[in-house]
Design a protein around this ligand. Structure first.
Ligand code: SF4
Ligand code: SF4
Length: 136
């Protein structure tokens, strides 16, 4: 199985070779899509992991023990739905199909499973309704 996650690092482990350890000890394939980590500060990383479910669980436990939060990408997108006026501006920049507006209701629909955490919707919404755990 192949899944995308946001890893949030605490300050205490930002210098540890976390990804190297995952590959070496759990035989998972890790693709780093984006990273914002600086020594001495909290950091975050967008990764794609390919592994057997059992190994993925072991890898998650390993990360938890090191105070690294592993957030499924579908949960990394914040959206204040109540403020939405269905203008459609965000759908123009969302190429994953996560954000769509269509007949018959012409309301914004959010399919979080499609989100790639690209971040383009964050500045695109004139009302500032989106947040991402990674990159903003
Ligand atoms: S972060 Fe990217 S993929 Fe996710 S909803 Fe926003 S524009 Fe779409
Ligand atoms: S840009 Fe903002 S207000 Fe417009 S449809 Fe998207 S979330 Fe709603």
């Amino acid at each position: 199985m192949k899944e995308k996650y946001v890893l949030e690092y605490s300050e205490d482990v930002v210098d540890e070779p976390i990804v190297y350890s995952l590959v070496k000890h759990f035989d998972v394939m890790v693709n780093i899509l984006r990273a914002e980590i600086s020594p001495g500060h909290e950091g975050s990383m967008l990764i794609e992991i390919e592994s057997e479910p059992e190994r993925l669980e072991q890898a998650e436990a390993f990360l938890r023990a090191r105070d690294v939060r592993m957030i499924p990408i579908a949960q990394s997108l914040g959206f204040r739905e109540a403020g939405c006026v269905d203008c459609g501006a965000c759908t123009a920049v969302c190429f994953s199909g996560c954000l769509t507006i269509a007949a018959p209701d012409w309301k914004l629909h959010v399919d979080r499973e499609q989100c790639t955490a690209c971040g383009l919707c964050v500045p695109a919404c004139p009302l500032g309704l989106f947040t991402l755990k990674f990159g903003n």
